[in-house]
Design a protein around this ligand. Structure first.
Ligand SMILES: Cc1cc2nc3c(=O)[nH]c(=O)nc-3n(C[C@H](O)[C@H](O)[C@H](O)COP(=O)(O)OP(=O)(O)OC[C@H]3O[C@@H](n4cnc5c(N)ncnc54)[C@H](O)[C@@H]3O)c2cc1C
Length: 416
């Protein structure tokens, strides 16, 4: 269906009863070349790049609920490529470049907004760390600028510069970073993949992984057995549960992360901002609500909701940075289940089981990775070899000691 001002007007006159579904709600076939579990952002992006890059369309995406009900529709929409380590920078920069062309690529308005991401610093040591990060980014061809306090104040006049417990000393700015409308990413990839002939199967829970003669033969689902020689798992917070179905134990823990949206107000901040002296980040949506979040809840859980102590902690961080925020009401908040890896970096790799591939460990930064993750996972599923940009994201790196400790926190998933 074509979307234009004329179609909108015609539909309005007909009571909006003439719209057709954005993608086919497919019935599962008995057999596919490739099955991608599931319909989160990474699974849908994988499906699209399988079709676009490799012409593979005998592919099913199986989702236990509806498209977008997982973290892809629950995140705070921030995209950036301001990483430090060589294993990470090229991958996240590929993602940024794919975001920049995404709307033309899938012909869908995903509201890509490169409004700039500012990481605030509050001490000389933190400034030096950000200078090092910015230099690493620039060496890889990624944009980065170090701002002083007055340059930050000129952009963000509402923060507390006079009397703050942790005075703002400056910021690392990535101008090309920003936000992308998260649901639109899921819907856009789903429509684009479906248009190429890929089956998007909703309400189809994977309940088992069948193996025959030492390799994957397909998946058991709530809608019967579906055969496939290649199965890709991209289930984010449910990764450990799905891996257990194949007899694997992953170096991951599932934790809850919460997000918050305030009542709508006039434009206050043009950028995405992270607070360097506490865990707090904030941006403003096009509807005017402040969208913000902070730490993960400090316990393992598969529940898509969090707890009060972390809510209090996030609000305190908000007040420390921006006291006036206390005059706003929080309209809604929710939680999502994060697949926290031990070093804070992801896994895109084959597993010890022939034909079974894994895409996981996105912690709370996997939304920005969605295009590159789909691109590189599609490469792995189609060719059996890792894409060079994701070659460092190996499953065996924890056993081999080649961790990608981006934050320098060590093997502590609750600190990443
Ligand atoms: C509150 C919050 C804020 C965040 N903010 C950001 C941010 O600003 N920037 C950023 O980069 N990242 C952010 N993230 C992280 C990001 O959202 C995730 O890392 C990313 O979305 C995970 O990948 P996904 O989209 O494929 O996962 P999901 O959308 O969670 O997809 C996983 C899917 O698996 C399905 N599933 C599970 N088990 C089964 C089964 N047995 N059978 C079939 N289907 C199954 C689920 O229903 C779900 O749809 C945030 C996350 C949260 C929760």
């Amino acid at each position: 269906m074509r979307f234009s001002a004329l179609t909108l007007a015609a539909q309005a006159l007909r009571g909006n009863r003439g719209w057709s579904p954005t993608w086919r709600d497919a019935e599962p076939k008995r057999d596919y070349d490739i099955v991608v579990v599931v319909g989160g952002g990474h699974g849908l992006a994988t499906a699209w790049y399988l079709a676009r890059e490799f012409g593979l369309t005998n592919v099913a995406v199986l989702e236990r609920s509806v498209i977008g009900s997982g973290n892809v529709g629950r995140n705070t929409t921030i995209v950036r490529s301001n990483y430090l380590l060589p294993g990470n920078i090229p991958f996240y920069e590929r993602s940024m470049k794919l975001w920049e062309g995404l709307e033309q690529d899938i012909n869908y308005n995903a509201m890509v907004s490169q409004r700039g991401v500012l990481n605030l610093y509050h001490s000389d040591a933190q400034r030096d760390a950000y200078a090092r990060r910015g230099n690493a980014m620039r060496l890889h061809g990624v944009d980065a600028e170090l701002l002083d306090r007055e340059q930050v104040r000129a952009r963000l006049p509402f923060f507390d510069y006079a009397n703050a417990r942790f005075p703002i000393a400056g910021a690392l700015l990535q101008r090309r970073g920003g936000t992308v409308r998260h649901d639109a990413v899921a819907w856009g990839y789903a429509r684009a993949a479906s248009d190429r002939g890929i089956d998007i199967v909703q309400n189809c829970e994977v309940t088992g992984i069948r193996r025959e003669n030492g390799r994957v033969a397909g998946v058991e689902t709530s809608r019967g057995f579906i055969g496939a020689r290649t199965v890709g798992l991209a289930v984010a917070g449910a990764s450990s549960q799905l891996a257990a179905m194949a007899g694997m134990r992953l170096p991951l823990e599932s934790h809850v992360l919460q997000a918050f949206v305030s009542e709508g107000v006039k434009p206050l901040i043009d950028h995405v901002v992270t607070f360097g002296a506490g865990h707090f980040y904030v941006s403003q949506s096009d509807k005017g609500g402040l969208v913000f979040g902070g730490d993960i809840d400090g316990y393992n859980s598969y529940a898509q909701r969090g707890n009060l102590p972390v809510i209090e902690d996030v609000m305190e961080s908000a007040m420390a940075l921006w006291p006036a925020i206390g005059r706003l009401r929080v309209l809604r908040h929710w939680g999502g289940v994060m697949d926290m890896s031990m070093d804070g970096s992801p896994i895109i790799d084959r597993t010890p089981i022939d034909g079974l591939y894994l895409n996981a460990g996105w912690c709370y930064g996997g939304f920005k990775a969605t295009p590159a993750s789909g691109f590189c996972f599609a490469h792995l599923l189609a060719t059996g070899t890792p894409h060079p940009d994701a070659a460092a994201f190996r499953l065996d790196r924890f056993a081999a000691g080649r961790v990608i400790d981006e934050k320098g926190m060590g093997a502590q998933p609750n600190l990443h």
